[in-house]
Design a protein around this ligand. Sequence first.
Ligand code: C5P
Length: 314
Amino acid sequence: MQSYSLIAPAKINLYLEIIGDRPDGFHELVMIMQSVGLADRLDIQPSDTQKIQIYCDHPQVPTDKTNLAYRAARLMCDTFPQMYANYGGVSIRIEKNIPVAAGLAGGSGNAAAVLVGINLLWKLGLAQPELQDLAAGLGSDIPFCISGGTAIATGRGEKLDDLQPLGNMWVVLAKYDNISVSTPWAYQTYRQQYSETYISDQARIAARTAKVSSGSLVKAIAHHHNSEIGKLIHNDLEKVVLPTYSQVAQLKAAFAAQNVLGTMMSGSGPTVFALCASEAKAIAVQQQVKSQIADPQLQFWVTKLATTGIQIKA
Ligand code: C5P
């Protein structure tokens, strides 16, 4: 029986600017998204029944209908009922390497892999933009997780413009196992504190987006000016998460003291990343910060920036 193994990379945000409220209750954003080498692996195959079955080696990951990978499979069954009737359900095995609830789009990446995998399994022949349209209904980050690399994301985060892919930097990721930040909480708190800065006028939103698209960070990415990139990274959500979670703020300060190219929280956190020019530097930074903070709850990963999204493993 045909089965597919897929690699689903994590993402970090090199830029996250909150522009305003949207009529759908979400926020209008401009982000620069970046895939990294740390990745989950998913094995997808037809099941003997009509069921969608999820298996995962990580105890914190739900295997029921609340799992985004389950919801992605459900969406495919509902969108292509004839294929679902022909092929039956799917069995999805997730090998979890990306930390959970971390601001690294681990769950979104799993959902992206399920959409790509079922497209192959059922021989649907959907092109990447068609899969991304379906993905946008499930979660704002999922379209990016499909194509990956380096991209500007606008709207809710689902509208993508690819940038010159960056692959020549290393990154140290660090996350406290015992801290998780609710993404809705982070956005709501931002709204409470900064809504006077919000804009809703479409022309002004377009102007803000255009400013980022032609701005210094995008230029630095185009020219692979890594030290410039490190200086220009930005995340509005740090303004609400760092004052509330002092350990996350201290972690960022510890990275900043290591003379890294740049350091920032990813997405709504609590993962903090540090950009480094080489693997040796990234390992040295990891060791230094680990010995300074010396908290067994603090986990580290050293990985490289990645130039692709979901990959099919031979
Ligand atoms: O789309 P996703 O499920 O990743 O969003 C999680 C939560 O983050 C949303 O429920 C919303 O509270 C917030 N969000 C937002 N605006 C966005 C994306 C996410 O307010 N553009």
